[in-house]
Design a protein around this ligand. Structure first.
Ligand code: ADP
Ligand SMILES: Nc1ncnc2c1ncn2[C@H]1C[C@H](O)[C@@H](COP(=O)(O)O)O1
Length: 207
């Protein structure tokens, strides 16, 4: 069983991934953020570093999908924090449409993505955390990564629009949308139970 948690920056993916991995006693795969050599530079100057960052994330995410494939052969359950689909359909697409990545870099990136994606298995369940801008901003501030102070509201807004468009057309497997605007699974165990019940219901038809 493989559940992938998707959603905008600050939606609560990492927090929920860790909590679900603990609850189900499954393996968790997190994003390559702290050791990412481009992320800080990217937020300082997006046009300069957009392509470098996308190639870095693509490679790191692809490596992770292959690790997940290997682990799945042992029947171990897996929780994945963000997917390779979001790199292309959300972030790279947004950088291109916003004029922050040149057309030739975007086409070069898409060529790479399209070569890789045939070797990627979709998750059994894609869990989309839907959050409005105030919730995202509050949670990004709460997390307090210095370089994310530069993130503009418009950037988050465009990413949310890309998420809604992508999710509306997602057809690679089961999909569960959870509105997290009024959920606090950090402080309220009942809110975590609400999410777990929805997952069990979607995956196994329980409740
Ligand atoms: N549903 C929630 N309610 C309240 N706080 C949350 C919730 N989800 C996440 N947080 C807090 O918001 C911050 C960002 O969450 P995080 O899991 O890192 O988001 P993401 O991985 O989606 O970027 C963290 O400080 C986390 O404790
Ligand atoms: N593909 C990506 N392009 C640009 N930025 C990205 C990409 N994937 C992740 N990020 C950024 C967004 C955040 O600043 C960090 C971590 O993501 P988070 O949603 O907070 O877990 O990396």
């Amino acid at each position: 069983m493989h559940i992938a948690i998707v959603g905008n920056i600050g939606a609560g993916k990492t927090t929920l991934s860790n909590k679900l991995a603990h609850h189900f006693n499954w393996e968790v795969f997190l994003e390559d953020v702290d050791d990412n050599p481009y992320l800080k530079d990217f937020y300082d100057d997006m046009p300069r570093w957009a392509f470098h960052l996308q190639v870095y994330f693509l490679n790191s995410r692809f490596r992770q999908t292959q690790q997940i494939k290997t682990l799945q052969q042992t029947n171990r359950g897996i929780i994945q924090d963000r997917t390779i689909y979001e790199d292309a359909h959300i972030f790279a697409a947004n950088l291109s449409q916003s004029g922050l990545m040149s057309e030739r870099d975007y086409q070069n990136y898409l060529g790479l993505f399209n070569s890789m994606i045939s070797m990627v298995d979709p998750p059994d369940l894609l869990l989309y955390l839907r959050a409005d801008l105030p919730k995202l901003v509050q949670q990004i501030e709460r997390r307090g990564r210095g370089y994310e102070n530069n993130i503009k509201i418009d950037y988050l807004k465009h990413l949310n629009e890309h998420y809604e468009e992508w999710i509306a057309s997602y057809n690679l497997g089961k999909l569960l949308i959870v509105d997290v605007n009024n959920l606090d699974y950090v402080n309220n165990p009942e809110d975590l139970s609400v999410v777990i019940d929805k997952i069990n219901s979607t995956l196994f038809g329980l409740f």
